[in-house]
Design a protein around this ligand. Structure first.
Ligand code: ATP
Ligand code: MG
Length: 295
């Protein structure tokens, strides 16, 4: 199977620039590979625009490797906009752009030579509503991201990726006997786990999740939350959630975004350990938000 070299070395080539046929060194264990894969992201002075409209202003934060970072804040404060800027999905909207820096393990994701498609392969995304391709089989849904990346796969490689990804998304046992059936035939919670399987099939280092449980029932939500806990061993995860209990349950770090007023840009008010944000935040607005007194 073709993949990126994961061994972290000083001045290592950034994955976004690595040749497509780079292979893993044979002496690297899965544990070493996973450790090398996890990415730390540093955001500095980020302004995010839709045309002339400054939607999010002056965000600086560190997203730690192998941890879950929750983004919370009232509607319209720019959580989704900020999340999409982390894998260069923001700029697919005409006129949308960013100023500032997002650096992943020493490389500026917005540097001129960096391919946004390669960034999106490294920083995968799971959306609010499960969005499997409805007529495509479960099997092909898992491989859809790889096919987009024009990867040619042997049948045995494809089978292995499908099984690994579905196991990684805690879905394998439920679907292994019906891989040829359409993705639309799964429950909402299963569909969301299928989307997570599709995201991890391309072996990203970071997973972005925008309210991944908001369309799910409590049991499916619990399944996804359990899965997030398992996934953080292998991935750096950033999750947007309106559910304060969920943020407290799944994340180690929490960032609170807020708006100073209608029409004004959203901004990062405070970021700290989840424990501190929910027990003793520095900012009164954070306290009010997490305790449900506003937002
Ligand atoms: N495609 C777009 N074009 C122009 N403005 C947009 C676009 N998408 C979002 N915005 C604006 O950017 C600001 C931030 O929106 P965003 O969707 O990021 O907020 P959010 O915090 O994710 O809100 P919610 O909690 O409701 O999902 C809002 O003022 C919104 O109207
Ligand atoms: Mg949003």
């Amino acid at each position: 199977m073709k993949t990126f070299t994961r061994v972290r070395k000083p001045h290592a080539t950034h994955p976004a620039q690595e040749p497509r046929n780079a292979t893993r060194p044979a002496d690297t264990s899965p544990e070493q590979r996973r450790a090398a894969m996890a990415r730390r992201i540093e955001v500095s002075d980020l302004d995010i625009y839709y045309g002339d409209f400054l939607a999010v202003r002056q965000v600086s934060m560190e997203i730690k490797a192998n941890e879950v970072t929750a983004l919370i804040g009232p509607s319209g404060c720019g959580k989704s906009t900020f999340l999409r800027s982390l894998n260069r999905m923001h700029e697919v909207i005409p006129g949308a752009r960013v100023e500032g820096r997002i650096v992943m393990d020493g490389q500026d994701l917005y540097a001129p030579h960096v391919d946004p498609v390669a960034v999106r392969r490294q920083v995968g995304m799971v959306f609010q509503r499960p969005n499997p391709f409805p007529t495509m089989s479960i099997y092909e849904n898992v491989l859809a991201g790889m096919r987009l990346n024009a990867r040619r796969l042997s049948k045995s490689d494809a089978d292995a990726i499908v099984e690994r990804s579905l196991r990684g998304a805690n879905l394998w046992e439920e679907v292994k006997h019906r891989l040829d059936k359409p993705g639309a035939g799964l429950s909402g919670g299963q569909q969301q786990r299928l989307c997570i399987a599709r995201a991890i099939a391309v072996e990203p280092a970071v997973l972005l999740m925008d309210e991944p449980c908001s369309a799910l029932d409590p049991i499916s939500t619990a399944a996804i939350e359990d899965l997030i806990q398992e996934l953080k061993t292998d991935y750096t995860i950033v999750i947007v959630t309106h559910n304060m209990h969920q943020a407290a349950r799944v994340s180690q770090e929490t960032a609170f975004f807020n708006l100073e007023g209608v029409g004004l840009p959203g901004q990062l008010v405070e970021m700290s350990s989840t424990k501190k944000i929910f027990s003793n935040p520095d900012n009164a607005a954070t306290e009010a938000y997490v305790s449900g007194r506003f937002g």
